[in-house]
Structures are given as structure tokens and as C-alpha cells.
Ligand binder design. Structure first.
Ligand code: TTP
Ligand code: MG
Length: 412
């Protein structure tokens, strides 16, 4: 946005050392559906519950022109826009896209605070020298997201969370709005007070009745008037309306563990079968690690015998990994260790898990960030990447390692 000359004189005190981005995907669920079904291009599209009590999750921008919006009963949406295409949500798919998008954010800063699947704050204050400016980072993130997922995002750039969030909403879809620290009042003053966080449908009419329609009017309002309307929260709202917000971006903590286990219809008796299952469980676990852009330092194997005796064995590595081969190597060593002392015990349940998780530092990581565990033996990662991409394309885990396939066919 352009600099507002009127605002310079009474700008808020400079909290301008921070650089915060708010990134919000455009019509997220609907955009994923449109991307995956090109025949829907240009048509109104509504995603939500299709049962009699269904509610709209979101609508694409074409359907919004008919008044359809999130949280509206589906029946009303159908009355407003009978010609729209109606789809139920595919949450797994949106979660997967979300993980890909969040891993792109971490190329630029570890300080990422997710608000939902499609929305996050990023504190990029420490990355400005490397990338030039917060605006340059915002542009790169928009491009990365588009190239990686085919989807568009809107980004707000400012020196605090409140301003960044308001800014990301201003030019949706595919927007980019920067609010320089010396243009804050020019940006905020004309906004209607309902955009203030915490001003709900009950408070809004009371403020309006006193002639307080915009942020600017609230900012300049008489203290006693404001106090009578908003009580103890008066000062808080005046600060927000003035663009002051000193909350920090709180980085997300990664998941604590990932595991898969299976109880067999008939107990396994052959070592080869057990190893094939171990390989398959490892495939699932390692693929999930990579999807979430995580590295694991500890591998756990769980074994249950027909008498319900359950053993877990774990081992940690000096550094994290997401390579199937490395996880399998450890899982198999743990399993073989158990097998030595139980050479003829049938196996009722097998599980493979990983913990000690950390975000993958990504290809552009600074030295000193988490370094992946070096591989011993041949590098499985090209094959991992190929399997991931085929499985992503065709859904599920169609591609498996050779020994797993033999076991599934029952011809090992
Ligand atoms: P939003 O970011 O609020 O909405 P949106 O991404 O669909 O559209 P835009 O940001 O361009 O205005 O929410 C993100 C997703 O969360 C949305 O695609 C669907 C889901 N959602 C619900 O399921 N129910 C809701 O009430 C809302 C608001 C969102
Ligand atoms: Mg969104």
C-alpha cells in the first residue's frame, strides 16, 4: 500500500524492528478440489457436509458471489446457488497440502505459528539479510506455494501480527499487502470497527450509536466514552485500533511421535514374513515423516506374542533421519535382537514407531540447524522420493518394497 502522508505525524511508537507475515490460502478446500478436477474451472463450487444437516466448509469465489459462505447451512447454500457443484471435504488431502505448504514456510524461518491448516504467522525478522526484505520473502513464498501445489495464497506483511492478519485479507485472492510502520494509521483509520478482533455483533451497535464507526474514530475517542462502552477492555481496543500489538509469533512444536502397527488375522511364524511386515510398517512411518518434513532420532519396535505379552525396544541415533532404509535398518536390528531370544515364538502384532522428531532443516538450511543422519550403505532416498510421488499421485500405498509385495501375494 502507498505511504499515507497524514499518518506520519501520529504514527505509533516504533515496534518496527519485527517483520511478520500472515499467509492465508485462498478458498483453501475449494481450491484444492478445483485444482484436482479441471472440469470444474470457473464454476461455482461449495465444499461441506452433504447430509441434511450439512454446513458449508468453504465456497470458491464464484459461489461467494451468490452469497454462499463458510458455516452457512448447506440447504441455504443450495437455495442461493443451485447451479453450484457440491462436494464433501477430503480432509486427508487438505492435511497433506497443508504439510507441504508449511514446509515451504520453514525454508525462510523456523518461527512459524500455524493457526489452522491454511493459515500461519511467520516471524522473518532474522531472515531479512539473507532474502532482502519481508516483501521479497512474501513474494517468494507465494511463488513457492504456487509452483509446489498449484494453489494461491494471500499474504500480509507488517511489523506485528494484528496488522499482518488484516493486510492478508485486504486483496484476496492472490493478494500481497505490505503495511510500512509509518503508514499504519492511514491503513487502519478507514476500516470498519467490526474488523477489530473481539468486537462482536453485540458491541458493534453500541459503538456505532456513539458515532464510532471506524478504527480512526475509536482511536481518537474520548477516554470516558470508550470506558463506558468497553469497560476494562477500552485501552486494549484503542491500542489495537492504533495498530499496536506486541504478541510474539510462537513456533509450533512438531508432533511427538509417528507409528504404525498391525494385528495379524493369523499369527506370523516365518521370519521372512515378519521382516516383510516390518518393512511395510517402516515404509508407512518414513513416508509420513517425509510428508510432514520431519526427521526422527529414535526408532521403536513393538512386538506382541499370542499370549498378549508385549515388548517394545527402541534405539536412538545421534542425528535425525527420514530415510526408509535407515529406519528399517534400526527396526530390523531391534526386531532381530528380540527374535534371538524368542526363535520360535509366533507374532500376533508388530509395530514400528519413531520419536525424537524435529523439523527437517530443508535444502537452504543455515549451518548448525538439524543435520540429517548420514546413511550407511546405499542411499534409499531417490527410491523413497519416487515411491512418495507415485503413492501421492495414485493415493494410498500402491507402491511397496519387493519383499512386502511377495508377502502380500502370499508367495514368499
Ligand atoms: P478460511 O481461510 O477462513 O477460508 P478459505 O481459505 O476457504 O477462504 P479465504 O481464506 O480465501 O477467505 O478457512 C480455511 C479452510 O478452513 C476453508 O477452506 C474450509 C475450512 N473452514 C471450515 O471448515 N469451516 C469454517 O467455518 C471456516 C471459516 C473454514
Ligand atoms: Mg484461507
Amino acid at each position: 500500500m502507498s505511504r499515507d502522508s497524514e499518518s506520519t505525524a501520529d504514527s505509533p511508537p516504533a515496534l518496527s524492528h519485527r517483520a511478520i507475515l500472515h499467509v492465508d490460502m485462498d478458498a483453501f478446500y475449494a481450491s484444492v478440489e478445483e485444482r484436482d478436477r479441471p472440469e470444474l474451472a470457473g464454476k461455482p463450487l461449495v465444499v461441506g457436509g452433504l447430509g441434511p444437516r450439512g454446513v458449508v466448509s468453504t465456497a470458491n469465489y464464484a459461489a461467494r458471489q451468490f452469497g454462499v459462505h463458510s458455516a452457512m447451512p448447506m440447504a441455504r447454500a443450495r437455495r442461493l446457488c443451485p447451479q453450484a457443484v457440491y462436494l464433501r471435504p477430503r480432509m486427508d488431502c487438505y492435511r497433506e497440502e497443508s504439510a507441504r505448504i508449511f514446509s515451504l514456510f520453514r525454508r525462510y524461518t523456523p518461527r512459524v505459528e500455524g493457526l489452522s491448516l491454511d493459515e500461519a504467522f511467520l516471524d522473518v525478522s532474522g531472515s531479512l539479510r539473507l532474502f532482502g526484505s519481508a516483501e521479497a520473502i512474501a513474494r517468494r513464498i507465494k511463488t513457492d506455494i504456487h509452483e509446489t501445489t498449484g494453489l494461491t495464497a494471500s499474504v500480509g506483511v507488517a511489523h506485528n501480527k494484528f496488522l499482518a492478519k488484516l493486510a492478508s485479507d485486504l486483496q484476496k485472492p492472490d493478494g500481497l499487502v505490505c503495511v510500512p510502520a509509518d503508514a499504519v494509521h492511514g491503513f487502519l483509520d478507514p476500516m470498519p470497527i467490526r474488523r477489530l478482533w473481539g468486537i462482536g455483533p453485540r458491541t458493534e451497535p453500541k459503538l456505532k450509536a456513539q458515532g464510532l464507526l471506524t478504527f480512526g474514530q475509536l482511536r481518537r475517542a474520548d477516554e470516558a466514552v470508550l470506558r463506558s462502552l468497553l469497560g476494562k477492555r477500552a485501552e486494549h481496543f484503542r491500542r489495537l485500533a492504533s495498530g499496536e500489538d506486541d504478541r510474539e509469533v510462537v513456533s509450533d512444536s512438531p508432533d511427538k511421535s509417528i507409528s504404525h502397527e498391525v494385528t495379524f488375522d493369523t499369527d506370523l511364524t516365518e521370519l521372512q514374513e515378519m521382516r516383510a511386515e516390518l518393512q511395510h510398517l517402516t515404509d508407512l512411518v518414513a513416508a509420513r515423516l517425509r510428508r510432514r518434513q520431519l526427521l526422527a532420532r529414535t526408532v521403536v519396535v513393538k512386538i506382541r506374542d499370542p499370549d498378549f505379552r508385549t515388548v517394545t525396544r527402541s534405539r536412538s541415533m545421534p542425528a535425525g533421519t527420514d530415510a526408509t532404509q535407515t529406519v528399517y535398518h534400526l527396526a530390523r536390528a531391534l526386531f532381530d535382537g528380540w527374535r534371538k531370544s524368542h526363535p520360535s515364538t509366533p507374532v500376533r502384532l508388530l509395530g514400528v514407531g519413531v520419536s525424537g522428531l524435529d523439523h527437517h532443516p530443508g535444502p537452504d538450511a543455515e549451518p548448525g540447524e538439524t543435520t540429517p543422519m548420514p546413511l550407511d550403505g546405499p542411499d534409499s532416498r531417490p527410491l523413497d522420493a519416487l515411491m512418495d510421488s507415485i503413492n501421492r499421485r495414485y493415493g494410498g500405498n500402491k507402491i511397496v518394497h519387493g519383499q512386502t509385495l511377495r508377502r502380500r501375494r502370499g508367495d514368499s
